[in-house]
Design a protein. Structure first.
Length: 64
């Protein structure tokens, strides 16, 4: 199960957050807000983390 962590403005910022969280050994799933796999890069994207790791993600974001 995945929990929504945040919404970003576009695919570029979503990938930046994904790389940061992956560097801290946290699995991340980036999904376009529309749900389409071939969504535009300028469309908002949602970042999901595993349901049991939301506290870890919140701690990483707090340290930034």
């Amino acid at each position: 199960m995945w929990a929504k962590l945040m919404e970003t403005k576009n695919a570029y910022t979503a990938e930046m957050w994904k790389e940061l969280l992956n560097a801290e050994a946290l699995s991340v799933r980036v999904v376009p807000a529309s749900g389409w796999a071939s969504a535009a890069d300028l469309e908002p994207h949602d970042i999901y983390v595993p349901w049991g790791k939301t506290h870890v993600a919140a701690e990483i974001l707090r340290k930034i």
